[in-house]
Design a protein around this ligand. Structure first.
Ligand code: ADP
Ligand code: MG
Length: 140
């Protein structure tokens, strides 16, 4: 195992319900460190660019509308095996299938408004971190 960084987004359903601190506590309790964080409101163009890999999916348009329906908190998490570790803490995409004690099981509203995003591979983590942050903004 190695120390990794991964991109996390606290989505509009969660910022709207004032859950940023509760979700951040889940990361910190599991040993992940928040090494960069900012609250932003995505433009439609930014949401479409971020989710470009999903542009052929039926839910793409709805997903982009949801992601611009409120503020998001974008953050870089760092720790041992951070990419897989974060995916584990997040739980399955659909909260109905997420394990007990995961963020999505405990906080998600539905398969779309599922409270958090997390990078799914080292390659995507690198891409997604640089989408939102410069190296100067990441303080490990
Ligand atoms: P994950 O976020 O777990 O990596 P995906 O990359 O497959 O999941 O999907 C990206 C996001 O698109 C999900 O987090 C969710 O917000 C939304 N999404 C995925 N599947 C659906 C679906 N069947 N209906 C509506 N929205 C969906
Ligand atoms: Mg994904």
């Amino acid at each position: 195992m190695a120390v990794e960084t991964t991109l996390s987004i606290i989505k509009p359903d969660a910022t709207r319900r004032n859950l940023t601190g509760k979700i951040n506590a889940r990361f910190e309790e599991s040993g992940l460190q928040i090494v960069a964080q900012k609250k932003i409101w995505l433009t439609r163009n930014q949401a479409e660019a971020f989710y470009e890999v999903h542009k052929e999916r039926a839910f793409f348009d709805d997903l982009c509308n949801f992601m611009i329906s409120g503020a998001v908190v974008v953050q870089v998490l760092q720790g041992e095996n951070a990419i897989a570790e974060n995916r584990k803490i997040m739980g399955a995409t659909n909260p109905v299938n997420a394990e007990e004690g995961t963020i999505r099981r405990d906080f998600a509203e539905n398969v779309e408004a599922n409270s958090v995003h997390g990078s799914d591979s080292a390659e995507n983590a690198k891409k997604e971190i640089s989408f939102f942050f410069s190296e100067l903004e990441i303080v490990g």
